[in-house]
Design a protein around this ligand. Sequence first.
Ligand SMILES: [Mg+2]
Length: 504
Amino acid sequence: MGGDDGGRAGTEPLLVAHLDLDAFFAQVEELAKPSIRGRPVVVAGRGGRGVITTANYPARRFGVHSAMPSWQGRALAPGAVWLAPRGTAYAQHSTAALAPVKATFSRVEQVAYDEVYVDLSSARAPEEPADLDPDGPGKELAVLGVDWAGDPYAAASALRQAVWDATGLTASVGVARHKLGAKLASESAKPAGASVLDVAAEELLLPTLGADALPGIGPVSARKLAGAGIKTVADIRAAGEPTVVGLLGQAHGTAMWDLAHGRDARRVEYDRERKSVGAERTLPADLRDLESLRSTHAAVFSEAHRRLLRSGAAARTVTVKVKYADFTAETRAASLASPTDEEAPLRAAAEHALAATSAPGTGVRLVGVAFSALDTVAQLLLALDEAPVAELVPAASVLQPAATPGFHPAYARDASTAADPRLDAVDDSAPLVTEQSAPGSDVEHPELGRGWLVGAGHGVASVRFESSTTPPARSVTVRLAEGRLRHCAPEPPHPPTVPAPWEA
Ligand SMILES: [Mg+2]
């Protein structure tokens, strides 16, 4: 069943790219903190249940890897730089890094904050620029005139370059005829590589891989296969389809049998993201008083919020829709500084939006609440930020935004307009640094400028006053009792000031 389709498969063009930012969280940290560049860097949740989210390449040499419990990693690499995740910074860098990709191609499937599949046959025409930033780098890329289908290596290189030009982050890009091949190609290119896996190379590579290289073979399936002596893709092929189906079940077994032979029909699911989620209610009788309008609005909000939580997304914008007795309609929206799924700020935004309508006016026949600007990425990252804080900080101070920078009103200012953060006056409404503040946090001092917290304890904080464009700094000790060291927003992504490693 497998061998006779080689010829047909060989005619499929190499049109799927997989782009993966290298050791993403750690790279963002190295960008922002010149003194740790090139050192082993581990980004990990705090507290007893903390888990490593990213280890950079130098740290991996000690055997540290993502998803490992922090205590275990610390035993392996005690001398590494250990930092708490800065969700807002990662979300901003993810958005900036992927913007040129999404601006150049219309079919882009984002599978993680640092990972996308791209259908290379969907390059936007130059006269039809993206709906993102019309002046962004994507427009230029689209008119580069690269023949994506004819020169897949040019496509991989151009994608890698676009991410670098926007952010100074390296990505690895692989191109192949389907998702499986593209992912294998990008993995083989890591870090900072561009690679093409043609059909012949794929056929050489696949049988040599462990069975768990196939998407869908997790630890459970791998154990089932290993129990029958099947450890590699070659073993799967040799076992025969009935054996694989017998071990893994009909649907899964057939799918894995096909993948083992380089047959991957999975599409680039570019339209999977949902744009909004919400609820609305048409009322049995028109509402004419403010109090019943408010209670109906509160109930519709609660239903919409339940749906938001179920969707696993975070929202930045809340829109309230009101239809009146005369069939006219009104919508008003309110936006937060960053996406959240928390009820209180979203409810406040919804109430703000409702107050901006003229309801109840002539009488209200429908009330709707919708959440948009959804961001599953921010959701994931903020969850990482928040989890350990509940363990470490007494309940009364949980509201201190030290670990949830996105939500503090002090951060609502548009970071992208601040040219040099050192020129800004310190925002004296931002929260003070305390001994509970997370290592790696962005901090600001009225005289010493902007930096990051190395650690705090015994009434002092150790801070390196440096940013992405300054020389590496040494640690400086600041007394917390002075009350002059405050948290601040992360430095926004910006184009690099040095050439890419592959340009040098
Ligand atoms: Mg990655």
